[in-house]
Structure formats: structure tokens, C-alpha cells
Design a protein. Sequence first.
Lengths: 185, 120, 718
Amino acid sequence: MNDVASDTIPYIGEDDTYHDINETIGKQFLTVSLQGETYCIDILSVNEIRGWQTPTMLPNAPEYVKGVINIRGNIVPIIDLRQRFNMEFQEYNETTVVIVLSVEEAGISRVMGVVVDAVSDVLNIDESEIKDAPDMSGSIDASFVMGLCNVDDGVVVILDVEGLLALSDIRKHYGAEERSEESVS
Amino acid sequence: MTKILAVDDSSSMRQMVAFTLKSASYDVDEAADGKQALGLAQANKYDVVISDVNMPVMDGIELVTQLRQLPAYKFTPILMLTTESTADKKMAGKKAGATGWIVKPFNPEQLISTVQKVLR
Amino acid sequence: MSIDLSQFHQVFFEESFEGLEIMEQGLLGLSPGETDNETINSIFRAAHSIKGGSATFKFEEVSSFTHILETLLDEMRNGEREVTVEAVDLLLQSVDVLKDMLQLLQAHEPVPESLYKEISDALEAMVSEEGAGEGNGESAAVAESSASSNVVEATDDESMSWLIQFAPESHILRTGNEPSRMFKELSLLGEITVVCHHQKLPSLEEIEEELCYLSWSIILNADVDLLQIEEVFEWVKDESELGYEHLPLSAAEERLGTKASVAVDEVAPAAAVEATAPGSPAATPEAAPAADNRQLQVAPKKEVKDTAAADKKPAKVASTGSSSIRVGIDKVDSLINLVGELVITQSMLGQMGDDFNLEKLERLKEGLIQLEQNTRELQESVMRIRMLPISFVFNRFPRMVRDLAKKLDKEVELELIGEGTELDKTVMEQIGDPMVHLVRNSMDHGIESPDKREQAGKPRVGKVILNAYHQGGNIVIEITDDGAGINAEKVKEKAIERGVIDEKSELTVEQINNLIFEPGFSTADTISDVSGRGVGMDVVKRNINSLGGSVEVSSTPGHGSTFSIRLPLTLAILDGQVIRVGDQIFIVPLISIVESLQLKNQEITKIVGNTEVYRLREDHVPIVKICEEFCIDAEFKSYDDATVVVVEAEGVKVGLMVDELLAQQQVVIKSLDTNFISIDGISGATILGDGRVALILDIGGMIKRVNLTKKSKKAYAA
């Protein structure tokens, strides 16, 4: 009955044909621009794309956390990707968009919006074409980057959504705040 | 469609029995004790009744006794859900007029094959 | 077909926990030597259900453990065993062990043998010790076949067959057993030949149509196990004469006097129809372990998100897990009615919208008022679904009081009042521990030893009363004891000694009594193992505060004390005051607001460390500027422009400086940490009428924050 199927599925997974199917389809990525550079986000993580709306600020949050907005009854935090990547802050305008992303964590999906300059395109990228990023001692933290990929007009950075949405830095920020106060007292 | 009445005070067992039988495309009603079951049995005509023995309000033995007194249930298959430890209960159930028994623990496949057995 | 039994596990766990409650309550009500059959019966039934379920769902440790338990209870039920104190104690311990086992299984964790071995051995010892004589061995004897079987060896070249004699008692049909069913089943085992004996058939006028007068001889031409044939007749063997003989086919045919096989007409076609499922009875043994394997592959348990206030004990929440709720049908019916009304209102408004003109304005207003009322009623009804009677919490106390009284060598009687009072399930889950602590405290420090009570002219048996009732939008839970009461002098002494209060403070007795909730306070001379362990009343108070509730004590020396816990009925909705600071909107829980007022510049005094305080009658209330705390540009330039909202938490008052007070409204609490993390000073967020998000201030957290900053400022100043 079921047991047969559950035994064979992992086997198929290891089979070469399975990969072939996957490879021909490739993965779709949404490309966004930040300071004139192109970044790619796995389209499966994208819930929706919205215009900029002023969020409700969160007290004493890190600068890149712009606040929270209401998306169909959910309280969703918004972060500014420029500021997250230590780029120069740019005032929001009509083309500023918020990409609402979701990640699964322990079976529960968590949603967050990221502010980018603009959305440009959807790309098909073969997973085999994604190269490990060289150790970039640049502005972007390595945990945000999944890899690089060559496209017609240059190299694009493929973003790691899980890294992007990780809360550890924010937790650290609030924790540090508390600690500094405690240590003084 | 074949109608079955499942009687058990334990809702997990009852749900399991009902779910199993429904998935074998029987029409199943549920009752949590003998009294409820008797009420349902009078309002509907079931082709098979499956009942637990130990129940509050009215136990399975009493239920069988009462059902057998209803003209509509004189010959209806009534199966008791019993455990190994209650051999004397099997006898009491038989005396009251139960058709047979299903011994707990049973698995869904056993349940279905037993029900198929008593249905012609 | 395969059915995944794990879908029923959650229901099984829930009903098992309920069953354990019933067992515990029943056991606590049992006195030694008693033979209250209904009580014992209900305890037995609960154990029996757990056993049946656990065996079906393959929780073997539980089923074998409950099996012993059940044996013991069965003997008690049948009057074969006396109800002794030892037996009841052991059974109560078994209930605890079962609870632990089930909790582990529910969390998909293994059950270590060490958990139940000791109690299980003790149960086993008790079962075998006396009263056992019958019962155990008996069942095997009953199960043994009452039929006789003759085995005749066959010659090598001839196939063996079974000759079966089947003479059912006349009332066989009344048990729903049709002989033809048995023949059909036999035919699944092999080719059969049936000869019907009708000698006992009476004359036509004497025939009762419901009786069976026939008997049969059957040749089963198949070399099967006797067991397989016995199984066919299992249900009727006690009402039938059955004989089985294993013979070569020819010998059997000879005995039957038929050389040519006379197949019973109905049977042969039936066999053909059934041919699709021949393997089914035999297949079941293999199917069983298969089902077992499936069950072990359970999906990882989902982490439970709690919408309620932030810092609670995660372990407790996790154990109650992805829980479900049982709802009375009346509550569901009232919901359906309300939804019906809502639909009517909606269609009325919808029609009006189709061709709206100003003449209909009045009706539109009416419609909107109706809509508002529908919505409010619907909201209340939905909230009521989460409400459960407080007996779920109260029920754990009889056991606890009993055990504790024994340990403390005191005699205590527990009285429960208002068990039907309902409150939110989440609040219920959180209030248990603080209540346990308060009851322990009452028994440990409040109730005196029996001798002391006698000296004081009181009955030897002390009394603890738990009383729950609704008052306004709150539930009040009172824990009253008739013990010695609080010694206010001693409390004051200790408070001064520990620096909780100043020597010169003038406090009312009431205020002094409530000092026991201050951090670092313990009135007991020695920290006992019962209510001590370093956990003080301050923790109790903090826990209750974190639920948005309060606790206070009143006491009469010599006559006892009453602890009153006041809690909101639900954690999902909050009465809030909407305030504005700069361009930001916040919600302040109404329950923590003392008053709001306009300040005049001169009423502000600066004290050490740059803290500004405002004099509110006797109190000096420190001013907290939300704008500074949260880095917002506020509008007010001087205190003349600002409004101060005086709030209180844990006995500390502060004045929050805001730009404007807006409406008061009920808000639905949403947790921030669903998609983010929880933040100090913020208990959650809500969505305003215009769709914007507003943060809800956590006053307790705010005050803590301010204290921290204040301290740091002091440090800078020093």
C-alpha cells in the first residue's frame, strides 16, 4: 500500500532522471535593482509585490527596520534592503516597491517585506549555473548571498531569502541595547 | 447505501471506527452511549450496529438487549467491541443477542473485513 | 486500503487526559472499605477506554500498564478486592505515571521504562498478592475450544478434508447469525459440500418462523488448520454443537453417505462473488505491523505560537500543544443564528447600495448600527467558544490538598465554589501554577496544625475554599483559608528589615499585608519544601500581572486570609485607550490606567538624576516621555501642551506623557513575534479601523525599562 510508495520516492529522488527534469525547467528568479545593481530572489519565496506605504514604527529598532504594516490582518515587518546592505539610503518614491517574502521555519511560515528601488524582470536560471560567491569583503554580508550567476549583461547576485529574513541580527540589536543598560547600572 | 451505527464513549475509537467504515464507503452514524444509540436506531434503520461494551449511561450489553426487542433489529448483525480481558463480557453480550465481537486492539482492515463478513 | 491512525492520536490524548481526570476525581472520592459501585465503575471505564485506545493506536507501554491497572480495578468493581488506602494511593500514583507517559507520547518522545517500571511492578505485586485466584487464568480456559476434534491420519496419496457437524441452538437467528454466512466463509477456505438435516423440523403449524430447526454436516475439501475453521464458527460456538473431524475426502464422503457432492445452491454463487476478497482474513496479520510502521513516521510537531502576552513558560504551553477545544452545541447554534442575522443585515445594506440616494440616509445609518451590533454580538459569541469552566483548573486541587495535608501533618478540607464559571482557555492554562502556589501557601503558612487549632478553639480540620465568579469583564478567583491569618506586625518588621519599606512609612494594615507580594519577601520562618524553594509571592504576582490581572490579600488575624485574583476573561481582546505621540498611535490597556490629566509646568519637580516627578496627591509619580523612550518627534514643547496618562503596574505608578488622548476601544491583540520578535515595552499590536497597525504598550515592561534607564542615569550622575 503506502509503504511501497514511501520506499520508492527517496530512491527516485536519487535517480539521475529526476535531476534532468528539474534542470530543464530551471528556477525562476525575480530581479530587483538596488543602487543600479541587479539582485535575484527565488520567486517561490515571493508572496506579493506592493507599493511603499508608511509603516508603524517599532521603538528602538535597528535603522533598516522601517516598522510594521498590516497585510490582510497580519502584522508584517518591513526592512530596507539598501540600509540592510549598508548602502546609501534613498528617499522612497513612486517606483519604490516592497517585496513580501516568506520563509518556512520549523513548519511555520514567517513573512517580511523588503524595500527595493524597483523590480525589473523574471529570469530563468539553471541551478547548475549558480556559482558560489567568492569571499566578498564588500558591503553585503555573506549570509545574504546564495551565489552568483552570469547573465547576458553581467553578473547578478542571487540573494539567500532565509539569510535575508533571519531575525538573529535584530535579536542581537535589542539584546545589546538591554545589556548596555544593565552594565551601566 | 449500507448504514452502520458506531457506538463508543471514547471519541478517538468512535472516530476511528467511523472514519474507517466511511472510507470503505459505508454510511456511518455515531453515538457516544447506549441510550443515544437506541434513539438513533429507532429513528433510522441500520444494517449493522457496532458497539463498545463499557459505556456510561447505558452499556453495550443493555443496548443489545434493548435492540433485539425492536422488531426492526431482531436479526440485524450487532457486533461488540471487546477487549481480551473481558471474556465474560463476550458471553454476556452473546446472551443478550450480539452477533459477534471484534477484539480490541483491532486495525482498520480487520474491522472492514468483519463488517463485510456479516453483511450479505 | 490503508488508514493512517495517527490522525486520531490527538483526540485519543485529549480524551485520555480527561479520563485520567475522572479517575483521579473518582479515586479521591473513594474511602477505604467503600463499595460505591458507580464510582469504581467510572474509574474502571476510564482506565478501560485508555487501554483500548492505546492498544489500538499502538502505544504499547500505555496499554500494558493500563492492563494491570484495569485488572486491579476490575477486582474492586466485582467486590473481589477491598478498597484500601494503599490501593487508592497506588492507583493515584498510576494516574500520575500514565499522565506523564501520555504527555511524552503526545510530544513524540520516547517513554523510558524507568518512568513506569516501579509503579507497574507495585501494581503487579498487588494484583498477584491476594484476591487474584480467579480471573487471570480463567479467560484462557474460556477461550479454549469446547468442540471436540478427531484426527485421522490420511494415506499419502489422498487429500485430506474436514467433516464438520454444525447443530446450532434454535434461537441462533436472533443473534443475527445466519448459518449461510458461515457456509460462505467456509467456501472461501475451499470447496464445500453441505448436507442439511431437517429431522427436527416440526409440522407446519408448529413452526415458529424465528427459530432454527436445522442442523448441517459439511465437508470442507481443503487441508486447512482447525483454527481457521474454528474462527468461522467463533461467534456461535457457545450456542451450537460443533464437531470437527480431519479425514481423507473419501472417508468423509462415505460418512456423509453422498458420493456425489451436493452443493448448496445459494453458496456456490456467493463464493464466486466473494472471490475478489479471498485473502482478506488471512492478510490481516501482515497488515498489522505495516500499520505500525506507518504510525511511527509522524510529522514533526508544529511549534505552537501563542498570541497572548509575551514572557510565559514555553514548556507549559508546548505540553498542551496544538490543542483543540470542545464546544457545546448551544454555543455553535448561537453563532449560526448570529451569522444568519449578519447575512440579513449585509443583504439589506447591499440592496441599499445598488441605488443609493440621500433619502435613504436614515435607513443606511440604521443598517450600520445594526451591523455594529451584529458584529459585537458575533465577537462575543466567538470569544465564548474559547471559554471553558474553571473546573478544569479546580479539579487538580482535591488531589493536591490531600497529598499536601498528609505531608504537612495537617487536616484540611477543600471546598470548591463556582466551578462552572467560565474563562478563556489560554488564561486557564496560565493561571494554574499561580493558584497552586497560593493554595500551598495557605496550607503551609495559613492553616495551623490540628493541635494548635484545637487550642485556639477551632475545629481540628482546617478549611480552604476556592471560589470563582464573574465581576464586570473580569473573573475573580478567591482562595480563602480559615487559618491563623497574616501577622501584620511581623510582616512590617520583616519589610523594614529587608529594606522593602522605610521605617517611617505609615501604611494601613491592608497595605502591609500586601507587602508579601514584594520581591524578596518571605514570611515563613524557614523556607519549607512546600511553598518555599525560593519562589516567592512576588513571582505569583508577576505571573498574574503578565496575564493582565491583579492579586491582593486581605486577612483577619486568627480567622484566616483571602487571596483574590482578578483576571480578564480573555487575552485575545483588550479594552484600550488610543493615544497619539507625534505621528504614532499607541494603545494603552484601560485596566492599567489610573487617570489622565493636563499638567501645568509648576507641578513638576526635578529630583536627583534628572528624573521629573509629578505630585499626585500623596504620591510622587515619575514622568515618562514616550517620545524619548521610543525616539519619536513629539509635538508638545512644554508640559502645558502635553497630557499625562497615569498608569500603574505591579504597584508602581508612572505618568506617560502623550500628545493626545483619542478614543477608547476594544482591540484585538496580535502578537509581534509571529513575523518578528517581541520587544520590551510592547505587548503586541492591533489593527485600527483605518487598517493601520498600532502597537499596544506593555505597562509593566515600560516601567521596567524606565527603571533601567533611571538607574543608568543615576550611575552617570554619580
